[in-house]
Design a protein around this ligand. Sequence first.
Ligand SMILES: CC(C)(COP(=O)(O)OP(=O)(O)OC[C@H]1O[C@@H](n2cnc3c(N)ncnc32)[C@H](O)[C@@H]1OP(=O)(O)O)[C@@H](O)C(=O)NCCC(=O)NCCS
Length: 133
Amino acid sequence: MLEEYRRELEKSGGKDESLPNIEPKYFKHYVAKEGSFIAETDGMTVGFILTKAVPYMHGEERVVWMEQVAVLGGFRKEGVGGKLLDAVEDWARRKKMRMLYTTLNTNNEPSKRLLMSRGFEVRDWRKASKNLT
Ligand SMILES: CC(C)(COP(=O)(O)OP(=O)(O)OC[C@H]1O[C@@H](n2cnc3c(N)ncnc32)[C@H](O)[C@@H]1OP(=O)(O)O)[C@@H](O)C(=O)NCCC(=O)NCCS
């Protein structure tokens, strides 16, 4: 999913500086913690969201850092990404977290739309957060 995103970006001349090297330790880091989810359709993984709780970040306490969300091409714009964000928000509220926080690529319209559909305040097209208090 991330390779596909990288290729799409390259086609339009864009680059996502924050896109990590796709290697097992990247995923293992998140899977070893709470707060990450996959979306399945008929037993097939069609999306994932990687997040983790951070006690203190950028002057805020009890923040959930949202690292990456991706949905497989062919399953997009069907509400999967939104459901993944909903799952994170439900978990974060149960854990009494106070904010969801992420950064986004300025040219990534689907990402911006996804966040805005879930009530995120996208402040300068780079930072998006949602207060849970
Ligand atoms: C961003 C991404 C995860 C969205 O997943 P998705 O399953 O298509 O999202 P949803 O179907 O739940 O859509 C959520 C909202 O965004 C809107 N949206 C999603 N893709 C859109 C697009 N290409 N153009 C316009 N609006 C779009 C939907 O209409 C919906 O809004 P609504 O609830 O107001 O109708 C998916 O496009 C993706 O995997 N992209 C590649 C990876 C990536 O860019 N990840 C984000 C970087 S961290």
